[in-house]
Design a protein around this ligand. Sequence first.
Ligand code: HSE
Length: 302
Amino acid sequence: MNMNKKITVMVPATSANMGSGFDSIGIALDLWNELTITPGDFTFNIHGEGEQELPKDESNLIYLGVKSVYDLIGKPVPSLNFFCNNNIPFSRGLGSSSAAIISGLLAGNHISGSKLSNKKIFHLAADIEGHADNVAPAIYGGCSIGIKDEKNGWVIDNVKIKSKLNCVIFIPDIILNTNESRMSLPSEISRSDAVHNIGRAALLVNSLISGNYNLLRFATQDKLHQKQRSKTYRAMPYIIEAAIRGGAYCSFLSGSGSSIIALSDKREYTIGYEMAETARTFGVNGKTMVIPISDSGAKVKV
Ligand code: HSE
Protein backbone atom coordinates (compact mmCIF):
# COMPACT_ATOMS: atom_id res chain seq x y z
CA MET A 1 0.00 0.00 0.00
CA ASN A 2 1.12 3.57 -0.72
CA MET A 3 -0.70 4.85 2.37
CA ASN A 4 1.86 7.40 3.51
CA LYS A 5 1.94 9.37 0.33
CA LYS A 6 -0.08 12.26 -0.96
CA ILE A 7 -1.61 11.63 -4.36
CA THR A 8 -3.07 14.13 -6.83
CA VAL A 9 -5.29 13.10 -9.73
CA MET A 10 -6.41 15.40 -12.54
CA VAL A 11 -9.37 14.50 -14.74
CA PRO A 12 -10.66 16.58 -17.68
CA ALA A 13 -14.20 17.70 -18.45
CA THR A 14 -15.87 15.78 -21.26
CA SER A 15 -18.72 16.24 -23.68
CA ALA A 16 -20.73 13.13 -24.56
CA ASN A 17 -22.89 12.33 -27.60
CA MET A 18 -21.74 15.06 -30.05
CA GLY A 19 -25.26 15.00 -31.48
CA SER A 20 -25.50 11.79 -33.49
CA GLY A 21 -23.14 9.66 -31.36
CA PHE A 22 -25.64 9.14 -28.54
CA ASP A 23 -24.15 7.16 -25.62
CA SER A 24 -21.10 6.27 -27.77
CA ILE A 25 -18.92 9.22 -28.83
CA GLY A 26 -17.31 11.89 -26.63
CA ILE A 27 -14.47 14.41 -26.39
CA ALA A 28 -12.17 15.56 -23.58
CA LEU A 29 -11.96 19.29 -22.84
CA ASP A 30 -8.96 21.17 -21.50
CA LEU A 31 -10.72 22.00 -18.22
CA TRP A 32 -9.77 19.97 -15.14
CA ASN A 33 -10.87 18.83 -11.71
CA GLU A 34 -8.01 18.14 -9.31
CA LEU A 35 -8.31 15.69 -6.40
CA THR A 36 -5.66 15.41 -3.70
CA ILE A 37 -5.85 12.57 -1.18
CA THR A 38 -3.74 12.29 1.94
CA PRO A 39 -3.98 9.80 4.79
CA GLY A 40 -5.86 11.24 7.78
CA ASP A 41 -9.30 11.68 9.31
CA PHE A 42 -12.15 11.16 6.85
CA THR A 43 -13.03 14.63 5.51
CA PHE A 44 -14.11 16.09 2.19
CA ASN A 45 -12.98 19.64 1.36
CA ILE A 46 -14.51 20.87 -1.88
CA HIS A 47 -13.51 24.14 -3.52
CA GLY A 48 -14.94 25.61 -6.71
CA GLU A 49 -17.70 24.03 -8.79
CA GLY A 50 -20.29 22.09 -6.79
CA GLU A 51 -18.88 23.12 -3.41
CA GLN A 52 -22.39 23.84 -2.09
CA GLU A 53 -24.17 20.94 -3.78
CA LEU A 54 -21.79 17.96 -3.65
CA PRO A 55 -22.10 15.50 -0.74
CA LYS A 56 -19.18 15.45 1.69
CA ASP A 57 -19.72 11.90 2.91
CA GLU A 58 -19.43 8.36 1.59
CA SER A 59 -22.13 9.02 -1.03
CA ASN A 60 -19.68 11.26 -2.93
CA LEU A 61 -18.86 9.63 -6.31
CA ILE A 62 -15.12 10.05 -5.61
CA TYR A 63 -15.52 7.80 -2.57
CA LEU A 64 -17.55 5.33 -4.67
CA GLY A 65 -14.58 5.16 -7.09
CA VAL A 66 -12.06 4.56 -4.30
CA LYS A 67 -14.35 1.95 -2.71
CA SER A 68 -14.81 0.09 -6.01
CA VAL A 69 -11.07 -0.58 -6.13
CA TYR A 70 -10.92 -1.69 -2.47
CA ASP A 71 -13.98 -3.93 -2.99
CA LEU A 72 -12.18 -5.53 -5.92
CA ILE A 73 -9.18 -6.42 -3.75
CA GLY A 74 -11.38 -7.39 -0.79
CA LYS A 75 -10.07 -4.77 1.65
CA PRO A 76 -11.74 -1.93 3.59
CA VAL A 77 -11.14 1.67 2.50
CA PRO A 78 -8.60 3.33 4.84
CA SER A 79 -9.29 6.68 6.50
CA LEU A 80 -8.50 9.41 3.98
CA ASN A 81 -8.66 13.16 3.58
CA PHE A 82 -10.13 14.31 0.23
CA PHE A 83 -9.35 17.78 -1.14
CA CYS A 84 -11.15 18.72 -4.38
CA ASN A 85 -10.33 21.71 -6.55
CA ASN A 86 -13.17 21.67 -9.09
CA ASN A 87 -13.19 23.62 -12.35
CA ILE A 88 -15.70 21.46 -14.26
CA PRO A 89 -19.17 23.07 -14.04
CA PHE A 90 -21.33 20.91 -11.79
CA SER A 91 -24.27 19.04 -13.34
CA ARG A 92 -24.17 20.89 -16.67
CA GLY A 93 -23.47 17.97 -19.05
CA LEU A 94 -19.69 18.41 -18.91
CA GLY A 95 -18.75 15.10 -17.29
CA SER A 96 -18.34 16.19 -13.66
CA SER A 97 -19.78 12.85 -12.41
CA SER A 98 -17.48 10.79 -14.63
CA ALA A 99 -14.52 12.89 -13.52
CA ALA A 100 -15.40 12.18 -9.87
CA ILE A 101 -15.73 8.41 -10.43
CA ILE A 102 -12.48 8.23 -12.40
CA SER A 103 -10.48 10.34 -9.96
CA GLY A 104 -11.65 8.04 -7.14
CA LEU A 105 -10.77 4.91 -9.12
CA LEU A 106 -7.31 6.21 -10.06
CA ALA A 107 -6.57 7.42 -6.53
CA GLY A 108 -7.85 4.15 -5.01
CA ASN A 109 -5.70 2.20 -7.47
CA HIS A 110 -2.59 4.08 -6.42
CA ILE A 111 -3.21 4.18 -2.65
CA SER A 112 -4.07 0.50 -2.48
CA GLY A 113 -1.07 -0.40 -4.63
CA SER A 114 -3.41 -2.42 -6.88
CA LYS A 115 -1.65 -1.63 -10.19
CA LEU A 116 -4.86 -1.91 -12.20
CA SER A 117 -4.32 -0.97 -15.86
CA ASN A 118 -6.01 2.07 -17.40
CA LYS A 119 -8.08 -0.42 -19.38
CA LYS A 120 -9.40 -2.00 -16.17
CA ILE A 121 -10.05 1.46 -14.66
CA PHE A 122 -11.98 2.33 -17.83
CA HIS A 123 -14.08 -0.86 -17.59
CA LEU A 124 -14.91 -0.20 -13.93
CA ALA A 125 -15.87 3.42 -14.70
CA ALA A 126 -17.98 2.48 -17.72
CA ASP A 127 -19.78 -0.21 -15.67
CA ILE A 128 -20.63 2.38 -13.00
CA GLU A 129 -21.81 4.95 -15.59
CA GLY A 130 -23.57 2.46 -17.88
CA HIS A 131 -22.19 4.11 -21.03
CA ALA A 132 -18.66 5.01 -22.10
CA ASP A 133 -19.06 8.35 -23.88
CA ASN A 134 -17.80 10.44 -20.93
CA VAL A 135 -15.46 7.99 -19.20
CA ALA A 136 -13.43 6.97 -22.29
CA PRO A 137 -12.32 10.51 -23.27
CA ALA A 138 -11.84 11.42 -19.59
CA ILE A 139 -9.29 8.59 -19.27
CA TYR A 140 -7.69 8.58 -22.72
CA GLY A 141 -8.17 12.20 -23.90
CA GLY A 142 -9.15 13.38 -27.40
CA CYS A 143 -12.22 11.91 -29.05
CA SER A 144 -13.34 8.36 -28.23
CA ILE A 145 -15.88 5.87 -29.49
CA GLY A 146 -17.04 3.43 -26.82
CA ILE A 147 -19.41 0.50 -27.38
CA LYS A 148 -20.44 -2.51 -25.31
CA ASP A 149 -20.11 -5.93 -26.94
CA GLU A 150 -22.68 -8.33 -25.51
CA LYS A 151 -20.05 -11.05 -24.89
CA ASN A 152 -16.78 -9.18 -24.45
CA GLY A 153 -17.86 -6.00 -22.67
CA TRP A 154 -16.53 -2.53 -23.40
CA VAL A 155 -14.64 -1.84 -26.62
CA ILE A 156 -13.16 1.58 -27.34
CA ASP A 157 -11.10 3.37 -29.95
CA ASN A 158 -9.72 6.88 -30.27
CA VAL A 159 -10.46 9.19 -33.19
CA LYS A 160 -7.44 11.12 -34.45
CA ILE A 161 -8.83 14.61 -35.03
CA LYS A 162 -7.07 16.22 -38.00
CA SER A 163 -6.39 19.68 -36.53
CA LYS A 164 -7.07 21.76 -33.44
CA LEU A 165 -10.70 22.51 -32.68
CA ASN A 166 -12.06 24.74 -29.95
CA CYS A 167 -15.25 24.17 -28.03
CA VAL A 168 -17.37 27.26 -27.54
CA ILE A 169 -19.47 26.24 -24.55
CA PHE A 170 -22.66 27.95 -23.48
CA ILE A 171 -23.24 26.96 -19.84
CA PRO A 172 -26.74 27.93 -18.68
CA ASP A 173 -27.56 28.71 -15.08
CA ILE A 174 -30.20 25.96 -15.25
CA ILE A 175 -29.44 22.36 -14.25
CA LEU A 176 -30.97 19.40 -16.11
CA ASN A 177 -31.08 16.15 -14.16
CA THR A 178 -29.41 13.36 -16.21
CA ASN A 179 -31.65 10.57 -14.88
CA GLU A 180 -34.86 12.53 -15.48
CA SER A 181 -33.55 13.61 -18.86
CA ARG A 182 -32.82 9.97 -19.85
CA MET A 183 -36.27 8.87 -18.68
CA SER A 184 -37.84 11.23 -21.21
CA LEU A 185 -36.23 9.24 -24.04
CA PRO A 186 -38.26 6.50 -25.76
CA SER A 187 -36.96 2.93 -25.29
CA GLU A 188 -37.73 2.08 -28.93
CA ILE A 189 -36.97 4.05 -32.08
CA SER A 190 -38.09 3.83 -35.70
CA ARG A 191 -35.87 2.39 -38.43
CA SER A 192 -35.77 5.78 -40.18
CA ASP A 193 -34.46 7.47 -37.01
CA ALA A 194 -31.85 4.70 -36.59
CA VAL A 195 -30.75 5.17 -40.20
CA HIS A 196 -30.64 8.94 -39.69
CA ASN A 197 -28.17 8.59 -36.81
CA ILE A 198 -26.06 5.68 -38.12
CA GLY A 199 -25.03 7.59 -41.23
CA ARG A 200 -24.37 10.80 -39.32
CA ALA A 201 -22.31 9.16 -36.56
CA ALA A 202 -20.14 7.55 -39.27
CA LEU A 203 -19.86 10.90 -41.06
CA LEU A 204 -18.93 12.59 -37.76
CA VAL A 205 -15.95 10.29 -37.17
CA ASN A 206 -14.81 10.54 -40.78
CA SER A 207 -15.06 14.36 -40.87
CA LEU A 208 -13.00 14.68 -37.69
CA ILE A 209 -10.29 12.43 -39.15
CA SER A 210 -10.27 13.94 -42.66
CA GLY A 211 -10.50 17.55 -41.47
CA ASN A 212 -13.50 18.10 -43.75
CA TYR A 213 -15.14 20.06 -40.95
CA ASN A 214 -17.78 21.60 -43.23
CA LEU A 215 -19.58 18.26 -43.01
CA LEU A 216 -19.85 18.45 -39.21
CA ARG A 217 -23.07 20.44 -39.22
CA PHE A 218 -24.82 17.51 -40.94
CA ALA A 219 -22.82 14.88 -39.08
CA THR A 220 -23.92 16.10 -35.63
CA GLN A 221 -27.65 16.17 -36.42
CA ASP A 222 -29.58 13.82 -34.18
CA LYS A 223 -32.98 12.20 -33.81
CA LEU A 224 -32.38 9.99 -30.76
CA HIS A 225 -32.21 12.45 -27.88
CA GLN A 226 -31.87 16.17 -28.66
CA LYS A 227 -35.38 16.72 -30.02
CA GLN A 228 -36.88 14.81 -27.08
CA ARG A 229 -34.79 16.81 -24.60
CA SER A 230 -35.78 20.09 -26.24
CA LYS A 231 -39.32 19.55 -24.91
CA THR A 232 -38.05 20.62 -21.48
CA TYR A 233 -35.28 22.86 -22.91
CA ARG A 234 -37.04 24.91 -25.57
CA ALA A 235 -34.08 27.23 -26.21
CA MET A 236 -31.74 24.37 -27.19
CA PRO A 237 -32.38 24.09 -30.98
CA TYR A 238 -32.31 27.88 -31.31
CA ILE A 239 -28.97 28.15 -29.48
CA ILE A 240 -27.60 25.43 -31.78
CA GLU A 241 -28.84 27.38 -34.84
CA ALA A 242 -27.34 30.61 -33.45
CA ALA A 243 -23.93 28.95 -33.08
CA ILE A 244 -23.95 27.83 -36.72
CA ARG A 245 -25.15 31.26 -37.84
CA GLY A 246 -22.24 32.73 -35.87
CA GLY A 247 -19.77 30.64 -37.88
CA ALA A 248 -19.39 27.33 -35.98
CA TYR A 249 -18.82 24.10 -37.88
CA CYS A 250 -21.48 22.42 -35.75
CA SER A 251 -23.25 22.61 -32.42
CA PHE A 252 -24.92 20.06 -30.14
CA LEU A 253 -26.24 19.44 -26.65
CA SER A 254 -23.35 18.42 -24.38
CA GLY A 255 -24.24 15.08 -22.76
CA SER A 256 -27.74 15.35 -21.34
CA GLY A 257 -27.30 19.15 -21.00
CA SER A 258 -27.75 21.83 -20.06
CA SER A 259 -24.52 23.04 -21.74
CA ILE A 260 -24.43 23.46 -25.50
CA ILE A 261 -21.16 23.17 -27.41
CA ALA A 262 -20.13 24.56 -30.78
CA LEU A 263 -16.94 23.42 -32.54
CA SER A 264 -14.83 25.98 -34.36
CA ASP A 265 -11.32 27.09 -35.22
CA LYS A 266 -12.20 30.76 -35.74
CA ARG A 267 -14.72 33.45 -34.66
CA GLU A 268 -15.16 31.77 -31.26
CA TYR A 269 -16.19 34.94 -29.43
CA THR A 270 -18.81 35.86 -32.06
CA ILE A 271 -20.22 32.33 -31.83
CA GLY A 272 -20.38 32.52 -28.04
CA TYR A 273 -22.07 35.91 -28.18
CA GLU A 274 -24.72 34.64 -30.64
CA MET A 275 -25.41 31.59 -28.46
CA ALA A 276 -25.74 33.60 -25.24
CA GLU A 277 -27.89 36.29 -26.86
CA THR A 278 -30.30 33.73 -28.32
CA ALA A 279 -30.50 31.93 -24.96
CA ARG A 280 -31.28 35.24 -23.27
CA THR A 281 -34.31 35.81 -25.52
CA PHE A 282 -35.73 32.57 -24.03
CA GLY A 283 -35.00 33.77 -20.51
CA VAL A 284 -32.01 31.40 -20.21
CA ASN A 285 -28.96 33.12 -18.72
CA GLY A 286 -25.53 31.61 -18.47
CA LYS A 287 -21.85 31.99 -19.21
CA THR A 288 -19.71 31.22 -22.23
CA MET A 289 -16.28 29.57 -22.25
CA VAL A 290 -13.85 28.79 -25.08
CA ILE A 291 -11.91 25.61 -24.31
CA PRO A 292 -9.79 23.50 -26.69
CA ILE A 293 -10.31 19.75 -27.05
CA SER A 294 -7.73 18.10 -24.78
CA ASP A 295 -5.43 15.49 -26.31
CA SER A 296 -4.59 14.17 -22.87
CA GLY A 297 -6.81 12.36 -20.41
CA ALA A 298 -6.60 11.77 -16.65
CA LYS A 299 -3.20 12.21 -14.96
CA VAL A 300 -1.87 10.88 -11.66
CA LYS A 301 0.81 12.91 -9.85
CA VAL A 302 2.63 11.36 -6.90
N1 HSE B 1 -24.95 9.78 -23.19
C1 HSE B 1 -25.46 10.27 -21.93
C2 HSE B 1 -26.83 10.87 -22.13
C3 HSE B 1 -24.51 11.29 -21.39
O1 HSE B 1 -27.03 11.54 -23.14
O2 HSE B 1 -27.71 10.68 -21.30
C4 HSE B 1 -24.90 11.78 -20.03
O3 HSE B 1 -24.47 10.91 -19.04
